[in-house]
Design a protein around this ligand. Sequence first.
Ligand code: TYD
Length: 237
Amino acid sequence: MAVTSAPGFFVSFEGGDGVGKSTQSRLLGEWLGVVTGREVVLTREPGGTDFGREIRRLVLHGDHVDPRAEALLYAADRAHHVATVVRPALARGAVVITDRYLDSSVAYQAGGRELAEQEIEQLSLWGTHGLLPDVTILLDLDPVLAEARRTGEPDRLERAGDGFHRRTREAFLRRAAADPGRWVVIDAAGDVNDIQAQIRVDVAARLDLTPVVEEAVRVAEAGGVPEADESPEEDVP
Ligand code: TYD
């Protein structure tokens, strides 16, 4: 099975709880749909499928789960999600944006729960036939600030304690530093629109969209509409 996402493009959002991943992924998806004309699939883990929603309920709202059982549940959710949603969409040429992916397992189950990092990564790579995102956007925020932003009853993972969330953040930052080709690290403490603007610049560069974006900005500033033969789709690989 192909490891590459082509002809699609695969984006993941990562970060601690309450850093704004769902808002930022939705805004990016809406914008990419407009500027590329491509199908955009917004999804998430855990719970991007019916099967996954059962797992989500068990893992986030059930009683105590042994850390290894927890790791297997997230990996099972991911395997089914990739096989039934992500790969078919990538095969159609869609841009797939997922709110969390394999790096969440490495950060939470290895970093947070202190299981072996390589084993956790291998488990998900096995489950997904090695599929990695083209770009991973880490919304980085001090867990103390993130907790202050959260509303509603905390779930099982959100109740895991300060040390757990500090180790999770450190694991994300370590992984990002080790693979700068795939990761973009963004300070999530700022304004929603500023953060989105930074994300768009990075994603546009990686999708070879920069000329399309510059043209759209130029046309918008001139108060016009792009010519038909300048349609963004033609510039997309
Ligand atoms: P999420 O729905 O993203 O929660 P939030 O919107 O609060 O960030 O994720 C649910 C929880 O599951 C979150 O605490 C992180 C955790 N998680 C793992 O521990 N391992 C994983 O592999 C994934 C995907 C999530």
